[in-house]
Every structure is written in structure tokens, then in C-alpha cells.
Design a protein around this ligand. Structure first.
Ligand SMILES: NC(=O)c1ccc[n+]([C@@H]2O[C@H](COP(=O)([O-])OP(=O)(O)OC[C@H]3O[C@@H](n4cnc5c(N)ncnc54)[C@H](OP(=O)(O)O)[C@@H]3O)[C@@H](O)[C@H]2O)c1
Length: 270
């Protein structure tokens, strides 16, 4: 189970209770210790958001916080697939910052790459479902409960889908199934959130340069069986997109945004 929360940034009470449109509020970013989550956390902190950084390992979270030493951040080690960890995460966020205005539901895993479906162990399938789908649900539910109850009411949830929410890579049944399921999660929450001013959208990313996509640059299995390197893009460009989605007034919502490396093999015939 998780280590206790670590207060990373200086106290800044002015930042803790805003959340009104046009002003930064409090964000919970899962998977904030690396890749896209780290880039988004840094982008939000630099823009004046208070940011709760979540992930299983404490050290990468404090490293993220250290990238913006003047920022108001709180590192809370948490495994999103564990209901108790998620409850503790949102309790820590509210205790420290008073409310939750944004959840970037980003923690995820690709699972074992390159394993044909008939050889995929059930445990591996379940780990991906627990992380990508059950974890996203648990965090969204906790955020939704808080946003419904807080005053002023409302907030925004941005789910991190994928190009794999639309179309698969070879040998990626668990990842692709969970990312398709996230689209259903996004649509359902978006509908159910309307009465409580909870806006829910999804970003579908293709080939941002992170640990998860390291193999894209050397060679990734293509649908025709070839191994080919693929173009990647900078995570900072994803982060700016998420910030744009996050800072819209709650009356406006980017329902789905697709941001991909321009020349990656996805559109048309690759
Ligand atoms: N990079 C891309 O091009 C791309 C494209 C489409 C979608 N995505 C999505 O973007 C998200 C982030 O991926 P990334 O590329 O930034 O890869 P990454 O660097 O591997 O990030 C994954 C993050 O999730 C955290 N995490 C994993 N399991 C967790 C759990 N059970 N509880 C809490 N945190 C957990 C990890 O931290 P710990 O290990 O410390 O827990 C890590 O910080 C994923 O949902 C991924 O599917 C990425």
C-alpha cells in the first residue's frame, strides 16, 4: 500500500479554493510520475493550478513536483486499481486543497506487448483491465462524487484514451479493449454529469514520446507483419492540448480530441 502524501509545493491558499471558470483550480493527475502525466502536471503547475500527483511509486512523483518548485503540488502514492488507495487519494486532495476541479485520468499500462491473443495469460489481461478501465472508473467515480457535492458545484474529467480507442495494433487485445471501453466511460459520465456541471471529455493520443512508446522509434509491429519505426511527437504538445481542454468554462467541453504524430501510420492506409 501506498506511502503517505508528501507536500511538495509551498502553501499558497489563494490557489486552493478557486476552481471558478477562467481561474486555475485543483487538479488530480494520475500517472504523474512519467510521460504524459508528468508533462500535463508540469503544464498545469506552471499555469497556476494546484496539482495532486498520483502514481504507485513515490519517487517519480516528487521528481515531477521538483520540476516546478514554485508550484502548489501534493504527491500521493496510490494504485488506481485499489479502491482504498483511490479513496485516500481524493481525501488527501480535498484535505489539502479544499476541492477538485479537474481529474486527468491518465494512469495506464500497455501490458505485455506482442503476445498473441491465444497466449495471453488471464492475469496479464486482468492487470490491464484493472489499471486502464477499473482504475479509470474508480478515479472518475471519486472525482464525480466530490464535484457533485462541492460548492461551487462541478468540475471536469479528462480521460486519457488512445488511438487504440479507435483501432488496434497487432497483439494488443487487452489494451485495445480497455481503451475502447474508456470511450463508453467518457460518454456515460458526460451524460450523467450534466445535472451537476461535471464536464467529461477524452483525449486520444497517438505516439507521444514516452517510456510506453520507446519501441515505436526503433521498430513496431505493423498490421502487415513488418517491423517499422514510427514517428513520435513531443509530450509537451499533448500537455498543451490537455490544458486547453481543462481551462474551458464548464459550459464548453472538448468531447473528444485526437492528437497524434502527424505522419504515424493510422490515417488512411498507413
Ligand atoms: N505515449 C503515447 O503515445 C500514448 C498514446 C495513447 C495513449 N496513451 C496513454 O497515456 C497514458 C500515459 O502513458 P505514457 O505514455 O505517459 O506512459 P508511462 O510513462 O508508462 O506512464 C504510465 C503512468 O501510469 C502510472 N501507473 C501505471 N499503473 C498504475 C496504477 N495501477 N496506479 C497508479 N498509477 C499507475 C505509472 O506510474 P507508476 O508505475 O509509478 O504507478 C506511470 O507514471 C496511458 O493511459 C496510455 O495508455 C499514451
Amino acid at each position: 500500500m501506498a506511502d503517505p502524501p508528501v507536500r511538495c509545493g509551498p502553501m499558497n491558499e489563494k490557489r486552493t479554493v478557486s476552481g471558478a471558470e477562467g481561474r486555475p483550480g485543483t487538479a488530480v493527475v494520475t500517472g504523474a510520475g512519467s510521460g504524459i502525466g508528468r508533462a500535463v502536471a508540469v503544464e498545469l503547475l506552471r499555469a497556476g493550478w494546484s496539482v495532486v500527483l498520483a502514481g504507485r511509486r513515490a519517487e517519480p512523483l516528487t521528481e515531477t513536483a521538483a520540476l516546478v518548485p514554485e508550484g502548489a503540488s501534493l504527491a500521493v502514492p496510490a494504485d488506481v486499481s485499489r479502491p482504498g488507495d483511490v479513496t485516500a487519494l481524493f481525501s488527501a486532495a480535498v484535505e489539502r486543497f479544499g476541492r477538485v476541479d479537474l481529474l486527468f485520468n491518465n494512469a495506464g499500462t500497455f501490458g505485455p506487448g506482442g503476445v498473441p491473443v491465444e497466449e495471453l495469460p488471464y492475469d496479464a489481461w486482468r492487470h490491464v483491465v484493472d489499471t486502464n478501465l477499473n482504475g479509470a472508473f474508480l478515479c472518475a467515480q471519486a472525482a464525480y462524487r466530490q464535484m457533485k457535492e462541492q460548492d461551487p458545484q462541478g468540475g471536469r474529467i479528462i480521460n486519457n484514451g488512445s488511438i487504440s480507442a479507435h483501432t488496434p495494433r497487432p497483439h494488443s487485445v487487452a489494451y485495445t479493449a480497455t481503451k475502447h471501453a474508456l470511450t463508453g466511460l467518457t460518454k456515460s459520465l458526460s451524460l450523467d454529469g450534466r445535472p451537476y456541471r461535471i464536464a467529461v471529455g477524452q483525449i486520444d493520443i497517438g505516439n507521444a514520446a514516452t517510456d510506453m512508446t520507446a519501441r515505436m522509434q526503433t521498430g513496431a509491429l505493423q498490421a502487415n507483419g513488418e517491423i517499422a519505426p514510427e514517428p513520435v511527437m513531443d509530450v509537451a504538445d499533448v500537455a498543451r492540448t490537455v490544458r486547453h481542454m481543462a481551462e474551458l468554462p464548464l459550459e464548453a467541453n472538448v468531447q473528444f480530441a485526437t492528437v497524434l504524430a502527424t505522419a504515424m501510420p493510422y490515417v488512411g492506409r498507413g
